[in-house]
Design a binder for this molecule. Structure first.
Ligand code: SAM
Length: 444
């Protein structure tokens, strides 16, 4: 397959940006996948980089466009402002020569909005060349606003994280802007870690094993995952160490009856099965039918057995509670959440959050916890996890667990590697090299 010419890559990136904004940044990856899936690897990587980067730095780009050109992006049509953003991103964040960044984007925009509109982009974009955005941002007086514009986040989010994480705020913002590393969990149900590493080595892939989660392997450099050994046969599952850690901290044992709440698409269900060598029974519960289909596919591909998928909401399903009362040895609640901890993987997540979303999720989480506790056996263990940086979805639940008479179960097993506070643990990309997650573990 030949490589695309310059304007075609910008054309695809623009399509992705326009559709994403038309859906209010609720979805990005489906468009990214749709418009890049048939491209040769280099083009695919390039389109993904410029589209993701533009979404990631949207606020800074809009600020700069207004300062440099006097045109307020909010007053332009969606295609126009995205063409300007795409040009600004290339000018500020890539080494692409300015004439190429502008000409190719203008050529692409011609196909979308016609010659006249493209002429406007051409004229306005030229004012962005040599614009010193760092100096312009430095003139913002309010320190939180300045950080929010520079690192391109909503001010209300940065304010909250400043209250929560104080001095670490800037490191946090920087790390959420990094491109997440590619991690795989080697699937012990199909191959052992040593054999898999040997295959990687033989095929010339650069990799690094995680310092204490030995099943986790970081693949170095840019690779197409389909080219990794055993992609079709389920030798691995793409998963961040923070996500795997939820299954690891549940400490499932062979012979146990386990409930996985919010299980789909099965990242943690399949990890629990691997940790027990399929010698367990897992009820995988989720409200989403379509995501449950993915869970079934993943279980099949990875050779996972003894999983019972159940589509229900345990906080409302009385018959499920009656049927399974006091019957599970371990329960994982990997709860629906605001997902602010995974913004480096989902840059559109910067623009689709709200305070009410955080509150709604926190309330759903409380209901799930209250129902799940009824399902635990005496002596059973409950692990709650979320990929959120928000205290309402994390530390605030500790009082509820105490009210429900559960006992804290400290995270002794990771205290030499991570920073647990007894049975409460947070991990961060800037400190722990993984997505932002919260975990807490209790037993009855
Ligand atoms: C963080 S995701 C789960 C990821 C999954 N555990 C994994 O590792 O692949 C949260 C899941 O909770 C599900 N969910 C949302 N509300 C729920 C509810 N009330 N009961 C059960 N599942 C729910 C969502 O459909 C979503 O699949």
């Amino acid at each position: 397959m030949t490589t695309l010419t310059g304007w075609k890559t910008r054309f695809l990136a623009l399509k992705i940006l326009i559709f994403t904004e038309r859906e209010n940044f609720k979805r990005f990856k489906p468009f990214l996948d749709k418009y890049t899936k048939d491209l040769p690897p280099l083009d695919r990587a390039f389109v993904r980089e410029i589209a993701s980067g533009t979404v990631r730095f949207l606020r800074l780009l809009d600020f700069s466009i207004e300062k440099a050109t006097g045109k307020n992006p909010a007053k332009q049509k969606i295609p126009t402002r995205n063409a300007l953003r795409l040009t600004a991103y290339q000018l500020f964040f890539t080494g692409i020569p300015p004439y190429a960044a502008i000409n190719e984007t203008v050529e692409a925009f011609k196909r979308i909005a016609g010659k006249k509109a493209a002429g406007f982009i051409n004229a306005v974009s030229k004012k962005l060349i040599n614009f010193d955005y760092k100096s312009a941002v430095n003139e913002i007086r309010d320190p939180i606003e300045r950080l929010a514009v520079f690192h391109s986040f909503e001010t209300w989010m940065v304010k909250r994280w400043h209250n929560f994480y104080g001095q670490n705020l800037e490191r946090l913002l920087e790390s959420l802007n990094e491109v997440a590393p590619l991690y795989l969990r080697v699937n012990a149900l199909k191959i052992n870690v040593g054999e898999f590493l040997k295959l990687l080595e033989d095929k010339g892939f650069g990799f690094e094993q995680h310092p204490f989660l030995k099943e986790m392997v970081r693949i170095k450099g840019r690779v197409a995952v389909e080219e990794l050994p055993g992609y079709e046969s389920g030798f691995f599952y793409i998963q961040d160490p923070a996500s795997y850690l939820a299954a690891y901290l549940l400490q499932p044992k062979p012979g146990e009856r386990i409930l996985d709440v919010g299980a789909a698409p099965g990242g943690k269900t399949t990890a629990i099965a691997a940790l027990t060598g399929n010698e367990m029974e897992i009820y995988a519960v989720d409200v989403s039918k379509s995501r449950m289909e993915l869970l079934k596919e993943n279980c099949k591909k990875l050779g996972v057995k003894n999983v019972k998928p159940v589509i229900t909401d345990i906080s409302k399903d009385r018959s499920f509670i009656e049927k399974h009362k006091n019957s599970f040895d371990r329960i994982l609640i990997d709860a629906p959440c605001s997902a602010t901890g995974v913004i480096r993987r989902h840059p559109e997540g910067k623009w689709n959050k709200s305070l009410s979303l955080i509150k709604t999720n926190a309330s759903i989480q409380r209901e799930l916890i209250k129902s799940a506790v009824k399902l635990l056996k005496p002596g059973g263990v409950l692990l709650f996890s979320v990929c959120s940086l928000e205290k309402e979805e994390g530390e605030a639940h500790v009082a509820l667990f105490k009210n429900l008479n559960l006992k804290p179960q400290p995270f002794e097993e990771v205290k030499n590697f991570l920073y647990p506070d007894s049975n409460v643990l947070r991990v961060f990309p800037y400190r722990d090299g993984m997505d932002g997650f919260f975990y807490t573990r209790w037993n009855v």
